[in-house]
Design a protein around this ligand. Structure first.
Ligand code: DQA
Length: 150
């Protein structure tokens, strides 16, 4: 599985998990997310940035560096970043969009994702479990899950 690097990419404010609005996002930190993710798929890189361009640049690199799948929580960029959407669209690997919170039950502006139309799977509102589900979806598509789990 060391040959199957999966990128967990995060946009603005997700570096603050653990202390950011725990009633909405829970108490797990991004480090905890990484640990949870590695229990499902050991070869995971956790990347987080506050900057749209840096996230776009990291996704460009993911298209060239052997990354086999991307789990993406774009933060607020979800709702308006066409630059991020275009970068996701360039990727030929499976991309799973994850939101910790149930965005559809929150403010109106969070109900629309400009990213969803260009990803394979979207998981919303399952908290940190969403990352585990996302990795299972990636693994399934990569043929790394057993028949029995289908
Ligand atoms: C989020 C939802 C977004 O609306 C918000 O801006 C975030 C986090 C989530 O994980 O629930 O930063 O993507």
């Amino acid at each position: 599985m060391a040959d199957h690097p999966i990128l967990l990419a995060h946009g603005p404010n997700l570096s603050q998990l653990g202390s950011r609005d725990p009633a909405v996002y829970g108490t797990a930190t991004l480090d905890d997310v990484g640990k949870t993710a590695r229990a499902v798929h050991p070869d995971v890189e956790v990347f987080a940035t506050e900057y749209e361009g840096e996230l776009v640049t990291r996704l460009h690199a993911a298209g060239r560096d052997g990354t086999v799948a991307v789990v993406l929580n774009p933060g607020a960029l979800t709702h308006y970043s066409y630059a991020l959407r275009d970068a996701v669209e360039l990727l030929e690997v499976c991309v799973v969009e994850v939101h910790l919170s149930q965005t559809h039950a929150r403010q109106a502006f969070r109900r629309h994702s400009v990213i969803s139309p260009v990803v394979s799977v979207t998981i919303t509102g399952a908290g940190v479990l969403g990352y585990r589900l996302a990795l299972l979806a990636c693994r399934e598509r990569l043929g790394l899950e057993q028949e029995a789990t289908r």
